[in-house]
Ligand binder design. Structure first.
Ligand code: PRP
Ligand code: URA
Length: 209
């Protein structure tokens, strides 16, 4: 059964509240996004398989669990997903990194793709797809469509804030993927921004606008 998990940890809630604050500047915003991604990644990677490996300590030799050689790829949805990559790589430093470039049309709110570069053998990897915001769901659905078309079957989507509309749309379009949400917010406004949300994640991470 795929996992759909709305996180419920006080540390995460605290950091997401700081992220929402309009007085949080670019530098702190970036640090918080990375820390939140690491906390979320810790939970999202709970089911990574391990295997017993012989380990010799200074006093004895025993069989101990180590991560088994499952291949991982982190594929952020540009731009804002980039801000989450460092936090996930802190947990799994040997993961390969791909990129999917999508932007949302300001009027139609439909996603447009402009870049894609994926690691080799992407179809054999567990793909972690981070994007801080799941609003209408259009960008996440398009990104999952894209990597599924490359043969990927094992996909975990991670977002810091989701609107109910986007979460329902993503679950309906891709019922087979795992979804991890830091906070499920109230609704979308008329411009398809998440309420209360945090504004434009890309602009806040990169200091644009
Ligand atoms: C934001 C965000 C998501 C998308 C969510 O990106 O990072 O990718 O919007 O909206 P949706 O669920 O309605 O598709 P944006 O298009 O603003 O691009 P950016 O990251 O380059 O700023
Ligand atoms: N993209 C964002 O960055 N923020 C929103 O609230 C919605 C889409």
């Amino acid at each position: 059964m795929p996992t759909v998990l709305i996180m419920d940890h006080p540390l995460l809630k605290h950091k997401i509240s700081l992220l929402r604050d309009e007085n949080t500047g670019t530098r702190d915003f970036r640090v918080l996004v990375e820390e939140i991604a690491m906390l979320m990644g810790y939970e999202a990677l709970r089911d990574l398989p391990t295997e017993e490996v012989e380990v010799k300590s200074p006093v004895s030799t025993s069989m101990q669990p180590m991560l088994s050689g499952r291949k991982l790829a982190v594929v952020p949805i540009l731009r804002a997903g980039l801000g989450m990559v460092g936090g996930i790589l802190a947990l799994v430093p040997s993961a390969k990194v791909g990129h999917i470039g999508l932007y949302r049309d300001e009027v139609t709110h439909q996603p447009h793709d402009y870049f894609c570069k994926l690691p080799e053998n992407i179809d054999e990897r567990l793909v972690i797809l981070p994007d801080p915001m799941l609003a209408t769901g259009g960008s996440a659905i398009a990104a999952v469509d894209f990597i599924k078309a490359k043969g990927c079957k094992n996909i975990k989507f991670m977002c810091i804030i989701a609107a109910p509309e986007g979460l329902e749309a993503l679950k309906a379009a891709h019922p087979d993927i795992d979804i991890y949400v830091g906070s499920l917010d109230e609704k979308l406004n008329d411009s398809a921004y998440i309420i209360p949300g945090l504004g434009d994640a890309g602009d806040r991470i990169f200091g644009t606008k």
